[in-house]
Design a protein around this ligand. Structure first.
Ligand code: SF4
Length: 204
């Protein structure tokens, strides 16, 4: 059977398609904070910052030092504080852009962050490629192990129907945390081990 179909059927069964639309500004701030940070810290720090800066205008008015103090538990907080202040300034009296090309003009916003904002802030079909999506795709063998993050995004877009792109992100992230873990993937009980490249290389 076609492996893309098996993967899609599994994701459809285990991870309901995301439909909730969040505030794009909240998603943007959280995603910038989340870079190279753990989920629990990101959640806590995002809530603290959004409490004192619920809009770009309020964020722009904060002193960089105050932003840094608020987000201090997170890695790279000084750099992120500067970027966030600039994002606040650039978005003052404007809406968060709903296009990838505009989003990536903001400091600290690359394709992954931009696609997260499009997916979760605007309910658009996009595939943000984070470490889990990247690793799962490569281990299974959907993409070459040397593929760039951009190539992974494009290959996944080619393999999966557009209406399921958002599910690919949500599903692979959850699957990567629960089964295909970065360290110690649970290959023996994985539903994809019949055709997974990593499994064949390591267990056959
Ligand atoms: S078999 Fe192992 S490496 Fe392959 S997808 Fe499953 S958990 Fe990941």
């Amino acid at each position: 059977m076609d492996k893309v179909k098996i993967i899609l059927d599994y994701l459809k069964e285990h991870f309901p398609r995301h439909t909730h639309k969040y505030n794009p500004y909240d998603v943007l701030v959280s995603c910038v904070l989340s870079q190279r940070a753990r989920d629990e810290v990101t959640e806590k720090v995002s809530a603290e910052l959004l409490k004192i800066a619920p809009t770009p205008e309020k964020l722009a008015k904060l002193d960089v030092k105050e932003i840094a103090r608020t987000i201090k538990p997170i890695g790279f907080y000084r750099q992120k504080a500067k970027r966030l202040k600039e994002i606040g300034r650039m978005l003052t009296d404007k809406k968060v852009p709903d296009s990838l090309d505009e989003l990536i003009k903001l400091p600290g916003v690359g394709r992954k962050t931009a696609n997260v904002v499009l997916c979760y802030g605007f309910n658009r079909d996009a595939i943000p490629v984070d470490t889990h999506v990247n690793q799962v795709s490569k281990r299974i063998g959907l993409v070459d192990k040397n593929a760039s993050v951009y190539d992974v995004e494009k290959k996944l877009e080619e393999l999966f129907p557009k209406e399921y792109w958002r599910l690919i992100n949500l599903g692979f992230v959850s699957f990567g945390k629960a089964i295909c873990k970065p360290r110690g993937p649970l290959c023996k009980k994985c539903p994809f081990n019949d055709f997974c490249k990593f499994y064949k290389e390591n267990y056959s």
